[in-house]
Design a protein around this ligand. Structure first.
Ligand code: APR
Ligand code: ZN
Length: 351
């Protein structure tokens, strides 16, 4: 539902951003459908980019006029997770959730507080965000590409680069080839995997995945994807498998199709309470590693500018990734297209 709400001025350490583009990501859909919880009412949207309009007191990391990519984990830089280099898991951010870092909201209507998804809330013309969640690029890249670097690019490429650390010449299987999965495929290509097997239930997604570096495809709707991946890898399974949909079933399939001494990386967020059973003996005897990754285990402030550079140097094909543009009024249509299984990423554009 699109409606007018009140947005406060930025407080100390906060920034008012005029949103340029917001990506249509499945994570928002999880909240819309109750597969994940957020305090309500809330403004969703967590994959965004825009231009700094105004800064609050004490802001030093950005200034009015900067083109910025928004991070849905604005890292405090002081907590244990941040100090250990895992700023994607910032303790202060996790503790304050859909509130600003001081525990209050800047969004209101009729005296009621409205929550900010990921402290971004970019399905709106303007957003107030923590300065640490604003990553200036000033690269002049188009706003839709910049928005992608706010979520699906670091999440997908980061999963291969910072979490799994895919080795050259290795084999990779990617289960779920939507906006995030395509970025996993691009990451695997960038890291010189020899074989990149796209797995999806839709033929259109599999065909589209070839544009981003997939070398083989497996239609999981036709036949057991585990058997198909094993056939393509000489019976071994893939060295690195990635789950990029978010369900117990696909987590299990990703585990089962992983090779001896391989690594299973779970990127997708399954519905709350989902439990995937894995073969406990196989885990040990085949020395598999099973790991989750949040935000691609990327550190926004340093890794997002790297993603911009990789795009500018032609190593990341973000031009083919964003295939649909919508106005904010068309947001339900945008999520309808995701449900229909349209390929690639959609972006809500603001001007
Ligand atoms: N096996 C393989 N692929 C599947 C299956 C299945 N059983 N079910 C669905 N898919 C495919 C869909 O056809 C689609 O191509 O998974 C893909 C999911 O893509 P999107 O809907 O574009 O979702 P995306 O935004 O990429 O997010 C994927 O990552 O960050 C998380 O919260 C996010 O859990 C979500 C996941
Ligand atoms: Zn997202």
């Amino acid at each position: 539902m699109v409606e007018d709400v009140d947005l406060d001025e930025p407080k100390a350490g906060e920034v008012l951003v005029k949103i340029g583009a917001a990506g249509v990501c499945r994570s928002d859909r999880h909240f819309m459908h109750g597969d994940a919880n957020i305090a309500l009412p809330a403004v969703l949207g967590h994959e965004g980019a825009g231009t700094v309009e105004k800064v609050g007191p004490g802001v030093t990391l950005t200034k009015p006029g900067d083109q910025v990519i928004l991070s849905f984990v604005p890292a405090c830089g002081r907590c244990k997770s941040c100090l250990e280099g895992n700023s994607n898991l910032c303790d202060l951010h996790m503790a304050t959730g859909p509130f600003m870092l001081d525990g209050t909201t800047r969004l209101h209507k009729g005296g009621k507080d409205i929550h900010h998804m990921g402290k971004v809330a970019c399905f709106a013309e303007y957003a107030v965000v923590p300065e640490t969640g604003c990553i200036p690029t000033n690269s002049g890249i188009s706003m839709d590409k910049a928005a992608m670097i706010g979520c699906c690019v670091p999440t997908g490429v980061g999963a291969t680069m910072f979490s799994a650390k895919v080795q050259p010449g290795s084999t990779v299987a990617v289960v779920g080839c939507g906006g995030v999965g395509l970025n996993v495929i691009m990451g695997a290509k960038l890291l010189n995997a020899s074989q990149i097997i796209a797995v999806d239930i839709r033929e259109s997604q599999l065909e589209f995945a070839m544009k981003f570096g997939a070398t083989h495809s497996v239609n999981a709707a036709d036949r057991d994807p585990v058997a198909q991946v094993k056939e393509l890898t000489g019976g071994r399974g893939a060295d690195y498998t990635f789950e990029v949909f978010g369900s117990a079933e696909t987590v299990k399939a990703s585990y089962d199709m992983c090779a001896k001494s391989g690594t299973v990386t779970v990127v997708g967020i399954a519905p709350m309470g989902a439990e995937a059973s894995i073969n406990a003996v196989d885990l040990v005897r085949n020395e598999k590693t099973l790991r989750g990754t949040y935000y691609g285990s990327a550190r926004g402030r340093t890794d997002m500018p790297t993603m911009v550079d990789l795009y500018l140097s032609g190593r990341l094909n973000l031009d083919d990734l964003v295939v649909r543009h919508y106005s904010l009024d068309q947001i339900n249509e945008a999520y309808g297209d995701m449900d229909e299984g349209e390929v690639g990423r959609g972006a809500i554009m603001f001007n």
